[in-house]
Each structure stands twice: as structure tokens, then as C-alpha cells.
Design a protein around this ligand. Structure first.
Ligand code: SF4
Length: 240
């Protein structure tokens, strides 16, 4: 389904990860752009980390296709952030959606699925469009940080993504939440105003709530369910 590469050699993985572990995100992005050229892409949900990566890609003038999985259930603030980013950086993040509008989808299913079967809703509104968007690409950039979850802590700067059949580049893996916000403030990077209203992690509005003091930063995603990831960055394919 992906581009020209069907695997990453173990030697390259080891060599690159030894060389780039702890490297500056800009250096990791430069390496990825040199290595993959126009077969490199990036998905963003406009989280603070994704906004930083867009800022850094603009700084190095990298012409990388960036897209957003537009489920139809995103907050208005998230979609407005896309416009602010376009104004600031001249980068138009492409909206990639499902085949059906929310109205069609809910009519087909007798109502919204997110409350009764969020796994299927995420699969049909995010994963299926994502698979389509990644066709023809050999690598994608993600905005994950190792300290976000035990699953993400196992990732490396460069990995092979067996679920989607392409390489995965994680430039911000070594950054902490504090690093992220220090960079945003210092560089006036546009960010989602909902972060100032108690939402540390923002997805679709039906599945995101503000978190209280002392709660995990992803505690507001699919609150009350065992689900913690939509399946994009989990290492466990059973999440699909
Ligand atoms: S986060 Fe919620 S609304 Fe969005 S696709 Fe997943 S289940 Fe559906």
C-alpha cells in the first residue's frame, strides 16, 4: 500500500537511531527530507507538537505534504487553527476525510457510533482515510513524545510501521511537555486555544473532555473507556 520501500534494513534502522537519538528535531527532519524526498508525508491533528513540526518544516523550507484526518467531529477551534497556520507559514494542511459526511454516516448507522462503538468509528473515520492518504509514501513524520504513554516510550526516532507499511520518523520523541510549551512560547507558534481551557490532548469533540489537576494528559480522550489511542500510533494492531 505504501511507496517503493517494503521494509527498512535492520542496519539502517540501527545506524540512524544511533546517530539521531537525542538529535535536534530540525536535524531529524532534515535527515528525513534528504532520505525520503517527496515520498515523505506528515499527519497532524494540530496538537502543540504537530504545530512545532510545521514551524520547523517551514524554517527549513521543506516541501512536505501535511494532512489532517478530518473526521467531521473536530472542534471548530481545531479547524480555525488550520487557517491560522496557513496565514503564518503559508502551509495549507490538506483535510483528508472519510467517504461519507457525518450526516450520511450517522444516518447509515442509525445515529452516532462514537458513543456505542468508538473503535469502529475511529477505524472508519480515521484509519481507513489514513491508509488511503499514505499510499505512495515511504515514510511519515509523527509528533509523538516518548513520555506520553508506555506504548510511545518504546518508539525510536526511526522505526518501521508494520501497520501501515512505511517508515515512521519521530523528531520530537525525546522532548518533554515542558520543552514543547517552552518552544511554543519562545517562538509564538500558533496553538489550539482549547489547551488554555483544560484540554491537554484534543481529538474529536464527542470523545474529548477537559482533565483535572493531577490527571494524565491523555485522560480526557475517550474518558470512561479502556481506549487510549485511535490506532494511528499504537504498536498493538488489535486496536484497529
Ligand atoms: S475520536 Fe470519537 S468521534 Fe472521532 S473518530 Fe474516534 S470515536 Fe469517532
Amino acid at each position: 500500500m505504501a511507496g517503493t520501500e517494503t521494509m527498512l534494513a535492520e542496519e539502517e534502522l540501527t545506524e540512524v537511531n544511533d546517530r539521531l537519538a537525542g538529535a535536534a528535531p530540525t536535524d531529524i527532519l532534515r535527515w528525513a527530507v534528504d532520505r525520503y524526498g517527496d515520498r515523505l508525508t506528515m499527519a497532524t491533528a494540530f496538537g502543540p507538537e504537530g504545530c512545532i513540526l510545521i514551524h520547523l518544516l517551514a524554517e527549513i523550507e521543506a516541501n512536505v505534504r501535511i494532512f489532517n484526518l478530518d473526521t467531521g467531529y473536530q472542534f471548530a477551534e481545531t479547524l480555525a487553527l488550520r487557517d491560522r497556520i496557513a496565514e503564518r507559514y503559508g502551509i495549507e494542511v490538506e483535510l483528508v476525510g472519510a467517504d461519507t459526511s457525518v450526516a450520511e454516516y450517522e444516518a447509515k448507522n442509525g445515529g452516532p457510533l462514537y458513543a456505542i462503538n468508538s473503535e469502529r468509528c475511529c477505524y472508519e473515520r480515521k484509519i481507513v482515510p489514513l491508509r488511503r492518504a499514505l499510499v505512495g509514501y515511504d515514510a511519515w513524520i509523527t509528533a509523538i513524545r516518548a513520555d506520553q504513554s508506555a506504548d510511545r516510550a518504546r518508539a525510536k526516532v526511526l522505526g518501521w510501521d508494520p501497520k501501515f507499511g512505511l517508515a515512521k520518523v519521530n523528531p520530537l520523541l525525546a522532548w518533554t511537555k515542558r520543552d514543547v510549551w517552552a518552544f511554543i512560547v519562545a517562538n509564538k507558534v500558533p496553538y489550539n486555544p482549547l489547551h488554555d481551557q483544560g484540554y491537554p490532548s484534543i481529538g474529536c469533540w464527542p470523545c474529548t473532555r477537559p482533565v483535572g489537576a493531577g490527571e494524565d494528559e491523555r485522560a480526557g480522550r475517550w474518558a470512561g473507556q479502556a481506549k487510549t489511542e485511535c490506532g494511528l500510533h499504537s504498536l498493538d494492531s488489535s486496536q484497529l
